[in-house]
Design a protein around this ligand. Structure first.
Ligand code: UDP
Length: 478
């Protein structure tokens, strides 16, 4: 087939880990379904995924990267996956508009964190498909919080309330909501464009799969009236070791040493700990985690990402966040592996020795844990992570809550919110082999199988990806 007749899909990812990574995978998924995928990005950002696109091209997929021709000193400063949702990308407005006018693709999938992008795309008349990084469950929770405002009817930040109108009984507290969503907060609510990017769009693509959250998919489509295609878990498109290991950033440890370390461990015995691409934990919190892990006596791989340094201490480099002699003890006893920086998360989660995932409940990590069939210890911090925790623990019943109850903004100084006793207790509960934990493991494994089936030929996500391509094709006919 000549490439003109293929459906041309543009993908315009945001610049941070939790949003860029899944959209790159999504572009690859659609290419594997026969679309011609073009990823639009800045020169610096393209470097973080160039190699996997090269591999896809070699294997015959129609996929490419278009980088904006920017003046040398103009690019997004942060290329280490740390752009928060508030990084301003509006200098890309004109280049994007010109590109769309020139190429007139069949559609563009754009990330909502490019806040200005809906207007620009609407102005050139290219079908606009929304990507917001979340699943249906957190979006339904958010919708009904806004609609019924149950948090305004409780007497304190820690009094639980039920989110009305949802298929399950979902309880939250005001302390678990973003400041801007709480009553009368001076920062107000999200800008309107951020809230309603689905309006006037062609629809939305979701990195999720029907069998994970069927009642919420129905609610999302029928009650909230959103046209949606669920095409995930997109991380499952990473089939070979190189793709799994080089996802997002160069890893701080070579994959073979991790695999060697894991090979020596019993099946389902290791806890993997990661708080995603953005979280900055306080040194005091890391110390509590270290004590809790050591006391639990279970083996672990701990990814220590960014460490928060309070004002005036930015330049300090002392590792005051580890108990004395901790790392040496963990090395000698082969109990623990500490990774500073970036880990090959997919490779680790999929290893049979991994039996639990302590996670901040970012949507991608949640889905990746589900896809790997691993039960979780939930430790939400910010964004919609507290909703995701409810899905994992209360709806899917594949996780234990560590007891994090305070939503923290990216700009606030974090503190040690969870003590070592809770860490120790939850790790022992999940990995200690009790009946409750074994049931969670069974359910998690079952979901993992469903996730893999969803993306195989004839599976729900496979069919949705095909359906979207067909719908775009049918628009071409006069
Ligand atoms: N990730 C990774 N290695 C790391 C940290 C994160 O590969 O050391 C990946 C992880 O697999 C996931 C993404 O980064 O795909 C993080 O997304 P998530 O939605 O879980 O959290 P966020 O970073 O947006 O808070």
């Amino acid at each position: 087939m000549d490439s003109q007749s293929l459906i041309g899909m543009f993908f315009f990812p945001y610049v941070g880990g939790g949003h860029q990574i899944p959209m790159i995978d999504m572009a690859r998924v659609f290419a594997s379904h026969g679309a011609k995928s073009t990823i639009i990005t800045t020169p610096k950002h393209s470097l973080s995924f160039q190699k996997s696109i090269d591999r896809d091209q070699k294997s015959g997929l129609q996929i490419s990267i278009h980088t904006f021709d920017l003046p040398e000193n103009v690019d997004i400063a942060d290329v280490d996956m740390s752009a928060t949702p508030f990084t301003d990308t509006s200098f890309l407005q004109e280049p994007l508009k010109n590109l769309l006018i020139h190429y007139q693709p069949d559609c563009i999938v754009h990330d909502v964190f490019h806040r200005w992008s809906a207007d620009v795309i609407n102005s050139v008349g290219v079908p606009r498909i929304v990507f917001n990084g979340n699943g249906c469950f957190p979006r339904c929770v958010q919708e009904n919080l806004g609609k019924y405002k149950p948090h305004e009817k409780v007497g304190s930040d820690f009094e639980p309330f039920v989110v009305p109108g949802l298929p399950d009984r979902i309880e939250l507290t005001r302390s678990q909501l973003p400041f801007f969503a709480r009553q009368q907060h001076p920062h107000g609510s999200f800008p309107r464009k951020m809230q309603k990017p689905d309006e006037n769009s062609f629809g939305t693509v979701v990195n999720s799969f029907y069998e994970l959250e069927p009642a919420y998919v129905e609610y999302f489509k029928n009650e909230m009236g959103t046209k949606a295609w669920l095409v995930g878990p997109v991380s499952l498109c990473n089939k070979n070791v190189a793709d799994k290991a080089e996802r997002g950033q160069k890893t701080s440890i070579d994959e073979q040493s991790i695999l060697n370390w894991l090979e020596c461990k019993e099946p389902n015995s290791v806890l993997y700990i990661s708080f995603g691409s953005l979280a900055r934990l306080a040194p005091e919190q890391l110390l509590e985690i270290a004590h809790g892990l050591e006391a639990s006596k279970h083996p672990f791989i701990w990814v220590v990402g960014k460490i928060f340094k309070s004002a005036g201490k930015e330049k300090e480099n002392e590792e005051n966040w580890l108990p004395s002699g901790f790392e040496e003890r963990m090395k000698e006893s082969k109990k623990g592996l500490i990774i500073r920086g970036w880990a090959p998360q997919l490779l680790i989660l999929e290893h049979s020795a991994v039996g639990g995932f302590m996670t901040h409940c970012g949507w991608n990590s949640t889905l990746e844990g589900v896809s790997a069939g691993v039960p979780m210890i939930t430790w939400p911090i910010t964004a919609e992570q507290f909703s995701n925790e409810k899905l994992i623990t209360d709806v899917l019943k594949i996780g234990v809550k560590v007891g994090s109850v305070n939503w923290v903004s990216w700009s606030t100084e974090p503190w040690a919110a969870v003590g070592r006793e809770k860490v120790e207790m939850t790790v022992k509960k999940l990995l200690g082999g009790g009946e409750e934990a074994e049931e969670m493991r069974r359910l998690a494994k079952e979901l993992g199988h469903k996730a893999k089936r969803a993306v195989e030929q004839g599976g729900s996500s496979y069919n949705d990806a095909d359906a979207l391509i067909q719908e775009l094709k049918s628009r071409r006919q006069p």
